[in-house]
Write a protein that binds this ligand. Structure first.
Ligand SMILES: [Fe+2]
Ligand SMILES: [Fe+2]
Length: 193
């Protein structure tokens, strides 16, 4: 059986997701509908009550919503640098979608049991990124978005050449490190060799 079911969001769920992810308002209507459907579906299929209750990572005090919004703001700033200084052609809609959706699978990879968030069975079967990408493909999103989400994890075996993928990579690690600095875990920028 699949670890998630696609859920058609109602008005209240749509409003909650748009409040959680303010930059989603800048997506074109079809992408915005897909984003809301995707987040509502993973939340409904998870053990978490509200999207704001999902942690960024196992045992993290940072929420997944805050991390996602941090990555989104960092990514948009990097896009400006790349476009203005290097003349990069970045698809803003694709970039916004991958920034907002890259960690879509996390509510399905963690579950809250007796106050601890632990790995779910599917987390041991499917690498981080892939389950969210499968869901997005099921919703009909294009390969540029599906591939970026599927391969964004630091241990992914391959990562494509699209500028949106590179921007997501650095924005994600920058935001992840800001969260890791508040924990006992070593931030990515200090992992040498
Ligand atoms: Fe991730
Ligand atoms: Fe992330």
């Amino acid at each position: 059986m699949k670890s998630y079911q696609i859920v058609k969001p109602d008005t209240r769920q749509t409003r909650q997701m748009l409040e959680a992810f303010p930059r989603a308002a800048e997506l074109e209507p079809a992408l915005q509908t897909a984003l809301v459907t995707a987040w509502v579906s993973v939340l409904a299929s998870s053990t978490f009550e509200r999207i704001v209750d999902v942690p960024f990572s196992y045992g993290s005090g940072t929420s997944l919503v805050d991390h996602t919004n941090d990555v989104t703001e960092a990514g948009l700033a990097l896009m400006s640098v790349a476009a203005e200084r290097w003349g990069w052609q970045v698809n803003r809609q694709t970039l916004l979608a991958v920034l907002l959706l890259h960690d879509l699978d996390k509510p399905l990879l963690m579950e809250m049991r007796e106050g601890n968030d632990l790995q779910t069975p599917v987390a041991a079967r499917i690498p981080h990124g892939v389950l969210g990408a499968l869901l997005l493909a099921e919703l009909g999103l294009g390969e540029a978005i599906v591939a970026a989400v599927a391969t964004h994890a630091t241990n992914a075996p391959v990562r494509g050449p699209d500028p949106e993928i590179m921007i997501l990579h650095y924005a994600d690690l920058f935001a992840a490190d800001s969260a890791l600095l508040k924990t006992a875990r070593l931030p990515f920028f200090r992992r040498c060799g």
